[in-house]
Write a protein that binds this ligand. Structure first.
Ligand code: SAH
Length: 382
């Protein structure tokens, strides 16, 4: 069967030095890479023909050897609260999701790093899907590129946003969070260049405090990340002790809480960061008691930490229930009384399954993946 896969290089996946090398390979001066990035990222152009300040023969070379290819949109849904979710194609059968959350003071794009996830956290819908593959750097960066263009041309988003209590909400992407499908640190090789492109002045030019990577706690990769980048770090903690965390976030069996926290403080020191955000999903009768809040406060007190309490978002087949609003507030107050900063994450987009932990995409061709000795994916060939 002839391959439909393009032989051309996707420029979206190339960090500046790689793009300079590519451009040099086509016989042009490396500074042309900056011009190209300006067209691609600042002006949102994917067509070389429109890049009018580039020499004609250079453009012809680009046409022949390069492309700006973004993921294809399979569907879009808009929530009553203005949150917007896109289903993007990974191939003919698989898909992944990205979500835009407009707020008065910011516009957050939540992007995916993998098709599915191999980490098997018991309260997460993505985990139930199993794991298919890593997204490429171009597919990760392509989400931000695509969402920027989509938001520019989405008048109905402004209407939906205007209907919310908050009134006028941000339509531009001001923040990017790697909190969609997948474990970003399990796709280190593709995620790190994507982060660099997000931060590059000639790329998306985002400040490092406006890009957040969330991890379930792959300790060795947190140390490695400290060598590569300085984005904000969020960690899915979800439990104040190892026995419970082993159950909720199975990677904890390999990298227990004490090791994880040590890695977090190391990352902050290296990066001169302000604080680490600890995500904590509120599960009724599981991790939401005042005594558990007190244990959590003991772990974090005196450290540069913020706790973000996430009301559990249910999905079909889950055995968990969301903690009551009262229990969540009490938990927060226990933390605050012990001088641990804590906030409650407002649930957004749950009517279109776009809230935290609800992203399921379309993961059909699952690979068998092993974490330690435990099989955490199943081979399914429908
Ligand atoms: N794999 C990374 C990135 C996912 S971020 C990580 O674990 O950090 C998505 C956040 O939503 C994580 O903190 C995750 O634990 C949380 N989450 C997962 N399922 C959830 C659910 N059903 N309700 C609320 N939050 C959930």
């Amino acid at each position: 069967m002839p391959s439909a896969v393009s032989e051309r290089t996707n420029l979206l996946g190339l960090e500046r030095p790689a793009l300079e090398a590519f451009v040099a390979g086509l016989g042009s001066k490396p500074f042309r890479a900056r011009q190209l990035m300006n067209w691609i990222y600042k002006r949102g152009t994917s067509s070389f023909a429109q890049m009018t300040d580039l020499a004609k023969d250079f453009r012809a070379h680009l046409e022949a050897h390069a492309e700006v290819r973004v993921p294809e949109i399979a569907s879009v849904q808009v929530s009553a609260d203005g949150t917007r979710k896109w289903l993007l194609r990974a191939d003919a059968a698989q898909a992944f999701e990205m979500v835009f959350i407009p707020e008065p003071d910011r516009g957050t794009l939540c992007i995916s790093s993998q098709v599915g996830c191999a980490l098997d956290c018991s309260f997460c819908a993505t985990a139930q899907q199993g794991f298919n593959r890593n997204l490429s750097t171009a597919e990760i960066v392509g989400q931000v590129w695509l969402a920027t263009r989509e938001l520019e041309g989405a008048p109905e988003l402004a209407t939906a946003a205007a209907d919310t209590d908050a009134g006028r909400e941000q339509r531009r992407i001001t923040n990017v969070v790697l909190m969609g499908m997948g474990e970003p640190l399990a796709n280190f090789r593709n995620v790190v260049p994507a982060l660099r492109i997000l931060l590059d002045d000639f790329g998306f030019d985002l400040s490092r405090r406006r890009v957040t990577l969330s991890t379930s706690g792959l300790v060795p990769q947190i140390y490695k990340l400290a060598e590569e980048t300085n984005v904000a770090l969020a960690v899915s903690l979800h439990a104040p002790d190892d026995a419970l965390r082993n159950e909720l976030v199975p990677i904890n069996r390999k990298h227990p809480i004490a090791e994880l926290l040590e890695a977090c403080w190391f990352y902050l020191d290296e990066q001169n960061g302000r604080s680490v955000t600890f995500e904590y999903v509120m599960l009724e009768g599981v991790n939401d008691s005042p005594v558990q809040a007190q244990s959590l406060a003991r772990l974090l007190k005196g450290h540069p930490a913020k706790v973000n309490l996430i009301p559990f978002n249910p999905f079909p087949g889950t055995r968990y229930r969301r903690s009551s609003a009262d229990a969540i507030r009490r938990f927060r107050d226990e933390l605050l009384q012990r001088s641990v900063l804590a906030t409650i994450r407002r649930t957004r987009g749950d009517d279109i399954d776009a809230a935290c932990g609800q992203l399921a995409g379309r993961v059909i061709d699952r690979t068998t993946v092993r974490l330690g000795s435990k099989v955490i994916g199943v081979a399914v060939h429908p």
